[in-house]
Design a protein around this ligand. Structure first.
Ligand SMILES: [Zn+2]
Length: 409
């Protein structure tokens, strides 16, 4: 059979009705993670995904990452030609917030105006459904797959990314040679993702009476100085990081200022400690050491300006570097061709403003990742989240052709 006929056969197995139904089924299983609530996690949606993939005849592995928080991983074929491709989605969603703020039920999966509505429709049960349908289409078509195709429905992307961290350490994870991250990026091919460091800065001074500040050392005043220095740090990082056509330049945003860190705040007490969190976003270029040195330098400046106050910082949840992948990577070349075949359009390149599970895969496994999935880039975490059905179908078609082309080797 010719290559083109194989692609056509596989694409003929991507059915819009089935994809829409699967997306709605996934949206209707709430998977907002609520620590302390035994039902507030990904377990129910993971069980649904597991049953669906097993029914399609995939080998399926369920890996309990934390209590009642399982990764579901299915695969097809063996990496005989040295290639193993992951189609990656996460099963958790962020909170719907105030249900009354929604114009449609947050977990209803309603269809209206060519869109599926609900929390997770775009971020990212739609992308996960498209990945599942693409893998099933390839399997049903009987097209020989040169390497191994893996579908991963992982937990906790919106939290600490426990799911992908766990998966990257398993034999299936370690054998990966490339990954498509099915996050909502309007089906653009995103070869770059911004990095992030949440710098938790702890300022320690000396407790004293508010009427006699000279007897203490006020960490809150130092916290103020630190916040005032944020724009200067931002400027420095903008000079150090590379400019990108697809990513916004680095930003340094204070997101938490609090003091005292422990104990009761009191109007007439200078607290012993204060805390500032800086949300630092990065573009590719400098390594972690360089960024660390810049943040260290700001902390020293603040400490020098406030006698008796010490200033330390630690990254919350580690250091996630910006990622970039070259256009010459086989995965990228396969996807460029796939977008044309699957949609008849030329690919649009883009960049991811935040980090994703792909950041962890890129960092721990060193494999190329491309983020590409259905859904408007700005819609995640908003009320009235939706995904365009046409984008959903395009995504499933792009994944199908990308996987076949890449795994051919
Ligand atoms: Zn997401």
């Amino acid at each position: 059979m010719t290559d083109r006929a194989r692609l056509r056969d596989a694409l003929s197995q991507v059915h819009q009705d089935e994809l829409v139904a699967l997306t709605r089924d996934l949206v209707r299983i709430p998977s907002v993670v609520k620590p302390g609530d035994p039902d507030g996690n990904e377990a129910a949606v993971a069980a649904f995904v597991e049953r669906w993939l097993a029914k399609e005849g995939f080998a399926v592995d369920v890996q309990e990452v934390a209590r009642c928080r399982p990764n579901v991983v299915a695969w097809l074929g063996e990496p005989r030609n040295g290639r193993s491709l992951l189609l990656e989605g996460h099963t958790d969603v962020v909170t719907e917030g105030d249900p009354a703020a929604w114009s449609r039920p947050a977990f209803g999966g309603d269809i209206d105006a060519g869109r599926i509505w609900g929390r997770g429709a775009a971020d990212m049960k739609g992308g996960l459904a498209a990945a599942m349908i693409a893998a099933a289409a390839i399997k049903r078509s009987g097209a020989p797959v040169g390497g191994r195709l893996v579908v991963g429905a992982l937990v906790d992307e919106e939290g600490d990314m426990l799911g992908v961290r766990h998966f990257a350490g398993t034999p299936l994870g370690r054998a990966l040679t490339a990954a498509i991250i099915c996050e909502p990026e309007q089906n653009e091919l995103c070869l770059e993702q911004r990095g992030v460091v949440w710098a938790r800065v702890t300022l320690r001074g000396r407790m004293a009476h508010g009427a006699m500040p000279e007897a203490g050392a006020n960490p809150l005043a130092a916290a103020g100085t630190l916040v005032r220095h944020a724009p200067r740090l931002e400027q420095r990082l903008r000079r150090l990081c590379r400019r990108s056509r697809h990513l916004k330049p680095p930003t340094v945003t204070p997101t938490v200022v609090r003091g005292p860190v422990d104990g009761l705040p009191q109007a007439n007490v200078i607290p012993a400690t204060a805390e500032v969190v800086l949300d630092v976003r990065l573009t590719p270029g400098p390594d972690a050491q360089t960024i660390t040195a810049e943040i260290d330098a700001v902390c020293r400046t603040v400490a020098d300006a406030h006698r008796g106050v010490t200033v330390d910082w630690r990254p919350i949840n580690g250091f996630r570097s910006a990622t970039e992948v070259s256009r010459s990577e086989p995965l990228v070349r396969s996807m460029v061709a796939a977008v044309k075949t699957a949609t008849g359009r030329r690919p649009v390149f883009g960049g991811v403003p935040g980090s994703t599970d792909g950041t962890i895969l890129r960092e721990t496994l060193g494999i190329p990742i491309v983020t590409c999935g259905p859904g408007h880039r700005l819609i995640p975490h908003q009320v009235d989240e939706y995904v365009e059905i046409q984008e959903l179908v395009d995504a499933a078609r792009i994944y199908t052709v990308s996987a076949l082309k890449y795994l051919e080797g």
